[in-house]
Design a protein around this ligand. Structure first.
Ligand code: SF4
Length: 263
């Protein structure tokens, strides 16, 4: 990754030209970045935009190889899996829920509570939120989690009710095997379109570095609980340009966590 340079600068924002090398080809374009204070959640819209761009390329590449995406509107099979969020995505999600009208907010948080009660009954909270994070622990928990068949709190009529705001992991989950196989992804060999640069990984690494904490992903359904326990980090702000450049530098590094562990 390199920044070709600053092309204009106003008092509150700076206009940059980007040239980001990725395994799916370069990302080139202009971007306007806040110079003023930014929190971790403020990086998420950019991460979602970049994810859509890279996902589009990965899907195109698969199509050229004769592998078409079999996901269809109204199929919510994958929305019963444990969806991993980077910490900035968890903050972003809670900011979104906080912006809902009171009644919708209460309804959605009620759905979270129902799932958390189930997770408590199966002793999943401790390994997922408080133990040292590892991909093996997350995978084992993901299997138990899936067996509980709890629909995501945002799944309405088998469709995503926050489609435009859905997390990185949901955007990256595209299968080419028969859609029916997703009803039991631990028994069937579900074929996913490989995403070589899952952007929740650099967001998680950046958080770990800035907070001086371990690098971890958080199950979507435990986001309210995790965010409540990390209120100080949610409120922390950094100079916007520094935070943006830090994030871009993380994208250029080797991945150390992998959202492919969603299943
Ligand atoms: S956020 Fe949307 S796409 Fe992701 S698991 Fe929930 S309902 Fe499904």
């Amino acid at each position: 990754m390199n920044h070709d340079g600053v092309i204009s600068s106003m008092d509150e924002t700076v206009d940059l030209v980007l040239n980001v090398e990725t395994p799916l080809g370069p990302i080139r374009g202009r971007i306007n970045v806040e110079k003023g204070p930014m929190g971790l959640a403020d990086l998420v819209p950019l991460a979602l935009q970049l994810t859509d761009l890279l996902e589009g390329r990965a899907v195109q590449q698969a199509a050229k190889e004769g592998r078409a995406v079999s996901c269809r509107a109204g199929c919510g099979a994958c929305c019963r899996q444990m969806v991993p969020l980077s910490p900035p995505e968890a903050f972003y999600l809670m900011d979104m829920i906080d912006s809902f009208p009171a009644e919708s907010r209460q309804t959605v948080l009620g759905r979270f509570d129902t799932i958390v009660t189930e997770l408590e009954r199966h002793n999943l909270i401790e390994p997922l939120l408080f133990n040292e994070y590892s991909d093996d622990i997350a995978m084992a928990a993901a299997k138990v989690y899936f067996s509980l068949q709890q629909p995501c709190p945002f799944l309405v009529d088998e469709s995503c009710s926050i489609h435009a705001y859905r997390p990185v992991a949901c955007r990256e989950f595209n299968v080419t095997s028969p859609a029916a196989w997703c009803a039991d992804p631990f028994q069937n060999e579900v074929e996913k379109i490989h995403m070589p640069l899952p952007l929740s990984a650099p967001l998680a690494r950046l958080t770990g570095r800035l907070a001086g904490s371990e690098v971890r992903l958080i199950p979507l359904t435990l986001a309210p609980r995790w965010v409540a326990a990390n209120g100080e980090l949610r409120e922390r702000h950094w100079p916007g340009l520094d935070l943006f450049v830090d994030f871009m530098n993380e994208i250029g590094k080797k991945d150390i966590t992998d959202t492919e562990n969603q299943v």
